[in-house]
Design a binder for this molecule. Structure first.
Ligand code: ATP
Ligand code: MG
Length: 308
């Protein structure tokens, strides 16, 4: 069961939009997808679930925050108990064999980062090592109990590199990096690459340096950068954006051939709709068709890369 984190610590680059649409299209094609919202902004959660439902059914003990908290309380929950199928998108998928399952997030997840950071302290070197591995492996271990219940797991990460994000990376086989083709995003990708390398090195140092139980090394692979919010002229990215796309390809980073264009109208109303744009039931206009086609081609590449 491949685990993929959608990550970039630059904010607002389309991570959540890519995660939701990718999941929806894969489910439309018959796959069982588990989405995990690891961002305290909970945008992914609220693109599938109405705020009233979140308050009534999930807020108290039904989110990823409850799961992290349960370790602090000494009575760990099972991730499985948090998984549910959001209603609107499930209705939309009823004629397919695919499924979208979700583990929701919580606005208070931000405090979990503080708790985890506190748990990382240790009085001795060996205690520090043990704490590092215990905390960073938490999600990895949690997911191993769900093995083969889904065709893949997609984790929507927050725009930071805090401990919660690191637990997602440690749990991942692959990383998908949405980015905007502009100067700061390009700088950010290089920085992200270095932070990822550092985390993998630290984890594997601790994992292999003896003492305690045996821990398997990690090796999350960057699947690629997918450019989003691309401005298009005559079917191509505008001249001002093209250099940034080629620059990323020069950073020893794989880049998806297909990008996704900027379209404020289509993407802006998505969060209130309950069903991602790519499988939405919308009036057929040429722009809508073009956007759907771009997402579909990106999903084709994603599938080829994951299941060659
Ligand atoms: N291709 C697009 N064209 C136009 N607007 C888009 C596009 N993709 C996403 N958006 C909009 O841009 C905003 C940010 O997108 P999104 O929430 O997916 O980014 P994010 O990287 O997850 O942000 P954050 O870092 O805050 O989690 C949202 O309002 C979304 O609807
Ligand atoms: Mg997001």
């Amino acid at each position: 069961m491949p685990v993929i984190s959608v990550i970039n610590y630059k904010g607002g680059v389309g991570k959540t939009t890519v995660a939701a649409n990718l999941a929806a299209k894969l489910a439309w094609r018959g796959r069982r997808v588990l989405l995990i919202d690891m961002d305290s902004q909970a945008s992914l959660t609220f693109s599938f679930v109405k705020p009233e439902q979140w308050r009534d059914d999930l807020e108290t003990d039904g989110t990823i925050k409850s799961w992290f908290d349960s370790f602090e309380d000494g009575q760990p929950m099972c991730l499985e108990d948090l998984v549910f199928q959001p209603e609107d998108v499930t209705k939309r998928l009823r004629r397919t064999s695919g499924e979208i399952h979700l583990i929701a997030s919580h606005l208070g997840l931000i405090n979990v980062d503080l708790d985890l950071a506190t748990e990382l302290g240790g009085a001795t070197v060996s205690k520090t090592k043990a704490a590092f591995l215990r905390v960073h492996q938490r999600l990895r271990n949690g997911l191993s109990a769900l093995v083969d219940q889904f065709d893949l797991v997609l984790i929507d990460c927050p725009p930071n590199f805090n401990v919660v994000t690191k637990t997602a990376i440690v749990a991942s086989d692959h990383l998908l990096i949405p980015a905007k083709p502009d100067y700061l995003s390009t700088l950010g990708i290089d920085y992200l690459r270095r932070s990822l390398d550092q985390l993998v090195e630290d984890f594997n140092d601790y994992a292999t340096s003896g003492g305690g139980a045996k821990v398997e090394a990690i090796d999350p692979k960057v699947m690629g950068v997918v450019f989003t919010m691309v401005q298009v002229t005559s079917g191509k990215p505008i001249a001002a954006q093209r250099p940034f796309i080629s620059q990323v390809a020069n950073l020893r980073m794989p880049v998806f051939d297909q990008w996704i264009r900027e379209n404020k109208t289509l993407f802006a109303d998505a969060p209130e709709y309950g069903v991602p744009v790519v499988i939405g039931n919308r009036p057929s206009g040429q722009t809508y068709k073009t956007v759907v086609q771009e997402i579909e081609r990106f999903v084709d590449e994603f599938e080829k890369s994951l299941w060659p």
